[in-house]
Each structure stands twice: as structure tokens, then as C-alpha cells.
Design a protein around this ligand. Structure first.
Ligand code: NAG
Ligand code: NAG
Length: 414
């Protein structure tokens, strides 16, 4: 059972959890969302009820911030001012490049991060929608045998800290443990004394997952351990990157998959044309942007909305109204659980206009999964008053995150 504190935190936090299980013939999508009114939307469709038992499932938490605070007293602004001082003369010894593995048809993407000395390699889901760095550890008896468990006793640079941390997700899945400090290598950039969160327990969803944990890339105001400098904060503070940015590219499984994060830089050869700069509202700890509007299908128009740019969310989730507009324009129907069903022969695109530039999500990406004769759309409804620009959108652009400004920049792919 979750304690009262966490229940309260749920009420003011967004937690979006997608469980995707696949067998040869069945896809199950369970989407659970915690929203401001603590309404959990649980997709328990006929599909789920009819589903055959599955051998394995892939789950991952897409967004969590149990310690979300509405007014973090300008902590972010102060931090930014502080970091800028360090940017005058940093040692620019290159960028940290981390190739990604695309899991289960663009469900999630993970990169490998080396923690400790000598390095222990962990598969982490990089998530701009949360701000904790946590992973399975040898302190954890419930962590699965298929996960790599970080062993603090085998790291000469590990320092005990022992603050407790806990993350809970929309369906009650969770992980918790204690903190420590250690060296974290992000694509060759070596962060010293990074606060890490070692799991002492985790729920079944994580045990069945493809990753060992998460690396949160959101703003530090939503770290569950207050006062934590995130890995991105430390890359900047410790002068490891000359440009306080990271560039993200996601491949598509139907092409060759993969993906890439570059800390401190971008990969120009993935980009075509100019970047569009988009101001970010970081007051809630996320990369929240304004979308001017858009279009879908033959002449359907989409209203404007605010949305968070979230690499840790699989789908493109609109507000209810905009999801309905998109659904109407594309002949897609609301399944009543946040997902939409779309005609499997959909040939219509969807376009979002952001800071005056149009970005297209092509027809093929508007079909996320085939489920017998039914197709689940790549878009849905977040059930909140803001949208989540997840991977269905992000895999069609090159994205630069610039937390110090704060802004994001989008460019079309080469
Ligand atoms: C940056 O470092 C160089 C070499 O150490 C030094 O000459 C220069 O004055 C520094 N610039 C600033 C702005 O501190
Ligand atoms: C940048 O993208 C190109 C073209 O896709 C790729 O060949 C290269 O490996 C990437 N470079 C880096 C540094 O990731």
C-alpha cells in the first residue's frame, strides 16, 4: 500500500505508465495514467480480457515525479544562473555519444551507462519526463535475474549516502531504495560524485522490463530526492560539456531501429534544414511547450495546446479535445481508455505546428500496433489539460534539449 504522502504526490503529479505485452498473436496495451484528480484510466478492454497468457512483458515507467512541487521557489532559475558562471571557460573535451537500443517496435529506447569504478554497465531508459537516476542493485532481492544489478561493494569510487527514495507509478508499481554517490560515465563524459538511487525493491513490472533502471533528464525540481543535481546538471557544473545541451534522435523499428543521445552536442548529419527554437516552461519540472495547432487527414484542423516533450513516453498523447479532433479527422475511434483505434489502411498524416513550423507525423506512424483486425493509433488522449509529445512525435524530428535557456529545438530529419 502506498502511504498517504505518496497518494498526495500522485494527486499533483503526472504518472503515465504503459504496459505493452506481446505474443505472436496478441498485443496488449494497458495504459494507466494518474492525473490531477487522481483518476486512473485503466485500459481493460476486451483485448486484455481475451489475451492469452504471455511469456514476457516489457514495462516501463514513462513519467513520474512523486515529489512534484508546484512552486519550487525559483530553484531552477537560481541553478541556471549558477551554471552559467561555469560555462565561461569549460574544458570542452568532446561530446558524450550514447547509442540507443529500440525495444519492441519503438516502445522504448535505452542506452548503456557505466556506473562505478571499474565500470558496471547498466541499461537505462532515458526519460525527459522525470528526474531520478535509479537502477537495480545488489541490495535488491526482488530485482530480476535478467537485470544487471549495480554492486556498490565492487566500486572503489562508491560513497554511501543512505537517503531513502521511492518512486510509485500509476498502477501501483514502484521502486525504492537508498542513495549513494558514484562516478557515472555518459558516453565517455565522466561525472564524479553523481547521486545515484540504488533500488532495494522494485515491483514485478520492472523485473520483467528490458532495462535496469531510468536516467531522468527532466529538471531537478522534480527529483524525488530534493537537492539532487541530475546527471545533466553535473555535466554542466563539472565542466564536462561546452554546450549545455543534449541532442536526441530516435530510430524506427521498421527502418533500422536504434537511436542516439549526444550530451553536449548534436549530430548535424541527422538534421535537415534549420532548427526551430521553442521556449520551454520548466516551472513544473518538465519541458513544457506550446503547440500552435495542426492538421490531420483531409482538412481536419487541430486546436493549439500545451504539451511536455517526453522521451520516456511511447505515444503522442493529446488533450481530450485535440485527440477527438485528430480522431474525427482520421476516422479513428476513442476506445474510452486513452487509446484510439485507427483504420489499418490509414494513409493520412498528422501535422503539428510549433513556433510557426510544421512537423509531420506520417501516416505509418499513426498506426502504433496491429491487434488482429484492429489497429491501435500512435496517438491518444492523455486525459489531462496538457499533452505529452512522446516518441511517436519525437522519432520524426531531431530534438535538442537546452535546459539552461530553457528551450527545445526541433529540426526535420535528413
Ligand atoms: C580560459 O582559459 C584560458 C586558458 O587557461 C585563459 O587564458 C582564459 O583567460 C580563460 N578565459 C576566461 C574567460 O576565464
Ligand atoms: C551521426 O549520424 C550519422 C548519420 O546517420 C551516423 O553515421 C553517425 O554515426 C552519427 N554520429 C554520431 C557521433 O553519433
Amino acid at each position: 500500500m502506498l502511504d498517504y504522502k505518496y497518494r498526495m504526490m500522485f494527486c499533483i503529479s503526472l504518472s503515465f505508465f504503459l504496459l505493452f505485452t506481446t505474443t505472436q498473436k496478441h498485443f496488449i496495451l494497458i495504459i494507466t495514467m494518474k492525473i490531477s484528480l487522481c483518476i486512473a484510466l485503466l485500459a481493460t478492454t476486451a483485448t486484455l480480457l481475451n489475451a492469452a497468457p504471455t511469456e514476457k512483458s516489457k514495462t516501463f515507467p514513462l513519467t513520474t515525479n512523486p515529489n512534484f512541487k508546484r512552486n519550487p521557489k525559483n530553484a531552477v532559475a537560481k541553478a541556471r544562473a549558477k551554471y552559467y558562471k561555469h560555462l565561461v571557460n569549460v574544458s570542452a573535451d568532446g561530446d558524450g555519444e550514447i547509442p540507443l537500443t529500440d525495444v519492441e517496435g519503438d516502445l522504448e529506447y535505452y542506452g548503456t551507462v557505466a556506473v562505478g569504478t571499474p565500470p558496471q554497465n547498466l541499461k537505462l531508459d532515458f526519460d525527459t519526463g522525470s528526474s531520478d537516476l535509479w537502477f537495480a542493485s545488489t541490495l535488491c532481492s526482488s530485482c530480476s535475474g535478467s537485470q544487471t544489478k549495480f554492486n556498490p561493494d565492487k566500486s572503489s569510487t562508491y560513497k554511501k549516502e543512505g537517503k531513502s527514495w521511492g518512486i510509485s507509478y500509476g498502477d501501483g508499481s514502484n521502486a525504492k531504495g537508498i542513495t549513494g554517490l558514484d562516478t557515472v560515465d555518459l558516453g565517455g563524459l565522466t561525472i564524479k560524485n553523481q547521486r545515484i538511487e540504488l533500488a532495494q525493491s522494485e515491483s514485478a513490472q520492472f523485473q520483467q522490463g528490458a532495462t535496469d533502471g531510468l536516467l531522468g533528464l527532466g529538471f531537478n525540481s522534480i527529483s524525488t530526492v530534493s537537492g539532487t543535481a541530475t546527471p545533466m546538471d553535473n555535466l554542466i557544473k563539472q565542466g564536462l560539456i561546452s554546450d549545455p545541451i543534449f541532442g536526441v534522435w530516435f530510430g524506427k523499428a521498421k527502418e533500422s531501429g536504434g537511436g542516439e543521445y549526444i550530451f553536449g552536442g548534436i549530430n548535424k548529419s541527422k538534421v535537415s534544414g534549420d532548427f526551430t527554437k521553442v521556449p520551454v516552461d520548466s516551472s513544473q519540472g518538465w519541458y513544457s511547450i506550446k503547440v500552435d495547432g495542426g492538421s490531420a487527414g483531409k482538412g481536419g484542423s487541430l486546436s493549439g495546446f500545451s504539451g511536455i516533450v517526453d522521451t520516456g513516453t511511447t505515444l503522442l498523447l493529446f488533450t481530450d479535445d485535440v485527440a477527438k479532433e485528430a480522431g474525427d479527422a482520421l476516422g479513428a475511434t476513442d476506445n474510452g481508455d486513452g487509446t484510439y483505434s485507427i483504420p489499418c489502411d490509414n494513409s493520412e498524416d498528422l501535422t503539428l505546428t510549433i513556433a510557426g513550423t510544421d512537423f509531420v507525423v506520417p501516416a505509418a506512424d499513426l498506426i502504433y500496433a496491429k491487434q488482429g483486425s484492429q489497429c491501435i493509433a500512435g496517438f491518444g488522449s492523455a486525459g489531462m489539460d496538457f499533452a505529452i509529445l512522446g516518441d511517436v512525435f519525437l522519432k520524426n524530428v531531431y530534438t535538442v534539449f537546452a535546459p539552461s535557456v530553457p528551450e527545445v529545438q526541433f529540426a526535420k530529419l535528413a
